[in-house]
Design a protein around this ligand. Structure first.
Ligand code: SAH
Length: 207
């Protein structure tokens, strides 16, 4: 792997975000610095370069494009919102990387994901701020379709994660970080909020 953390951050910083973020889908783009950290955690464990990578809820494609830049052999992004896929696909073209974008619902996976097992899943799923437990179908799909999973979680939900995945996955490592969210939706009252998050590395026991 030749690209360095700072280079990746700069490449991802130039990408377009959600044109009209939809609150019900929790459309928050992962900031470039945090995306780069999650991807470097994965690549440091040998889980990106030369690997088949799946990004669940790929949004505008920050994680998927970053994985491609770090030398994944193929990258698939699954996303429910066609508008976000259009932006993601323009972002990939701008970076000159190839990603397979698949439109679909996490709870009703299309064949391009349903029938495959990937080496690595990366994701920044909905945290369940709008709909309780919205993160659960993402965790379920990640464990079913990825051997190793790298995901961001709200730090507050971490104690429940181990119990939720018991028998299906094992938390191997957690790295604390902060997620700065700038005001992007009408229901936000403050200009920016910072929430504690964890980058979590999970080994699937069922994929
Ligand atoms: N991975 C992107 C986006 C994170 S925001 C990034 O790191 O920047 C969460 C994403 O999950 C949004 O793009 C949202 O549209 C998508 N999403 C939310 N609910 C979904 C569902 N039920 N099925 C598929 N995608 C969903």
């Amino acid at each position: 792997m030749t690209m360095r953390l700072r280079q990746l951050e700069i490449a991802l910083q130039g990408l377009e975000g959600f044109p009209d973020p939809r609150p019900e889908l929790e459309q928050y783009p992962t900031p470039a610095s945090l995306a780069a950290r999650l991807l470097f955690l994965a690549s440091g464990h040998g889980d990106i370069e030369g690997r088949a990578v799946l990004d669940l809820g790929s949004g505008t494609g920050v994680l998927a494009c970053g994985a491609a830049l770090l030398g994944a052999s193929c990258v698939t992004g699954l996303e429910a919102d066609a508008g976000a896929i259009a932006v993601a696909s323009a972002n990939a073209a701008r970076l000159g990387v190839g990603v397979e974008w698949v439109e679909g619902e996490i709870g009703d996976l299309p064949p391009a994901v349903r029938d495959r097992v990937f080496d690595t899943v990366v994701m920044n799923p909905p945290f369940g701020a709008q709909a309780r437990h919205a993160d659960r179908p993402f965790v379920d799909a990640a464990l079913a379709h990825g051997r190793t999973v790298y995901s961001l979680f709200n730090a507050g939900t971490l104690p429940f994660l181990g119990r939720y995945i018991a028998g299906r996955g094992e938390v191997l490592e957690t790295v604390s970080a902060r997620l700065a969210l700038s005001r992007s939706m009408g229901h936000h009252r403050k200009a920016t909020v910072e929430i504690p998050v964890e980058c979590v590395r999970i080994r699937s026991l069922v994929a």
